[in-house]
Design a protein around this ligand. Structure first.
Ligand SMILES: [Zn+2]
Length: 443
């Protein structure tokens, strides 16, 4: 069996791939402009036939999430002016998780759902999922698209799927133990939580049938120490993947050793841009602007995802021509914060904490104004791991030293006992910025 879900597209010569993408992009723009009232207005001066190069693509305006929210308020029905098909062609409803503002509703037609299934099958196949696998999805899917798409894609591949909604963590661990799934798809946060619950239940996840952990929703599986820790806890290969509710699964890791994501360039036109909206080169960092190709009910043209990535210097040796990132998503634009003039990356803190054994994997960071001086203060809350005979002072001193090395910032480390910090069942919100004079959106 091939290592690729669609070997023709995944290994297409670069010139042909770009021509194919431009062709699909033109068609997408034409459909959006002709059939969605929102894009009819936004792209009114654009003639799709004039788009013959990636430079022409950059002449088109990008689309922000705020615009999507606004467009759904305008017009009729659930999806307002965004909808580009008759309402009766919509077969599935999903929505964004709504962590920032009103959720964006996602309308998909049957061909759109095929598209979602195919993009997720590309991810799962690249990460080794095959017809003889049994895939467990320990999550209440609800109105969130990712796990529904993972479910459909695993079925498409021919694997057997165990839905894991409506169960406690202990019941999910019990399912892993008794039903012998070989693949599990989870957020990194919940992968840690399940490992903790398994330990309480006297089950060693590394001894179960799980061979592959497909991570979604957070970039943890591309953070070196997080990936190492999860691989040890689960005794399995841990893979990263990245996506967005509105755009789809645009990136995936192709093997268990590489800390990078391929763009799925067969299904997306991916741009990585600098502050002047110019494309960045290999080894450089920029923000993602993504156009999903061939979408019908709710198309997006040049969607601003706010994810920052660094393009790898070299191509991947797996044979795919799709470009690859150096590491996964470095963070969202609004997650980077300037503390006392120094840029803090949340990933650097995660990497240090997850790489330091005498504490558990749960942590919180709080940024505040200094009570007297014109300075910011940083507090890191961690939990001592009972298995290590380290006192709180030693942990605080060692962590502060390591963090200073990595971030050039000083942390006030607060050490408490295991289980003090809340556990999250989906994603972690580990950073709180309580400054009243803070600087946001630094790059
Ligand atoms: Zn690869």
């Amino acid at each position: 069996m091939s290592e690729m879900w669609n070997p023709i597209l995944e290994t297409m010569a670069l010139d042909d791939l770009r021509a194919y993408q431009l062709d699909q992009f033109r068609e997408q723009v034409e459909h959006a402009k002709d059939d969605s009232p929102f894009y009819a207005e936004k792209l009114s001066g654009i003639s799709p036939d004039d788009i013959t190069s990636l430079a022409d693509v950059r002449e088109l305006p990008t689309t922000t999430k705020d615009e999507l929210r606004e467009a759904q308020r305008e017009g009729d029905g659930l999806y307002g002016d965004l909808l580009a098909e008759d309402a009766e062609s919509v077969v599935s409803y999903h929505q964004t998780s709504g962590t920032t503002g009103r959720p964006v509703r996602q309308a998909d037609s049957l061909p759109d759902w095929e598209w979602w299934t195919d993009s997720w099958a590309t991810v799962l196949w690249a990460q080794g999922v095959r017809p003889d696998d049994r895939v467990f999805l320990p999550f209440s899917y609800s109105v969130f698209v990712a796990f529904w798409a993972a479910h459909a894609a695993a079925e498409r591949i021919g694997a057997e799927v165990i839905p894991g909604g409506g169960m406690s963590s202990a019941q999910r661990v019990e399912k892993i133990e008794t039903l012998d799934p070989t693949v599990v798809a989870v957020t990194p946060t919940y992968a840690f939580r399940l490992a903790e619950v398994a330990e309480q239940e006297g089950i060693d996840l590394a001894e179960t049938a799980i061979e592959t952990v497909v991570c979604a929703g957070e970039p943890g599986a591309s953070v070196p120490s997080t990936k190492d820790e999860l691989e040890a806890l689960w005794g399995a290969d841990v893979y990263d993947h990245a996506g967005a509710t509105e755009a789809g699964a645009w990136g995936f890791a192709c093997d268990g050793d590489t800390l990078g994501l391929h763009f799925n360039e067969a299904r997306f036109l991916v741009e990585v841009l600098d502050g002047d909206d110019e494309p960045v080169g290999p080894g450089e960092t920029g923000r993602l602007v993504v156009t999903p190709l061939n979408r019908s009910a709710q198309p997006y043209v040049r969607s601003e995802l706010k994810d920052r990535i660094r393009l790898a210097e070299e191509s991947c040796d797996c044979g795919r021509t799709f470009r690859v990132t150096d590491g996964g998503v470095l963070g969202r634009e609004d997650e980077f914060r300037t503390i006392n003039g120094t840029l803090l990356s949340p990933r650097a803190v995660e990497d240090v904490v997850h790489g330091y054994d005498p504490v558990t994997n749960e942590f919180r960071v709080r940024i505040e104004d200094h009570p007297e001086k014109d300075l910011d203060t940083l507090e890191l809350r961690v939990e001592a791991d009972g298995e290590y005979d380290y006192d709180a002072d030693r942990i605080a001193t060692e962590l502060d030293k390591e963090l200073k090395k990595r971030t050039h910032l000083s942390f006030d480390v607060d050490v408490s006992s295991p289980g003090t910090l809340d556990r999250n069942e989906l994603k972690s919100d580990r950073f709180t910025d309580a400054r009243t004079r803070r600087t946001q959106y630094e790059q």
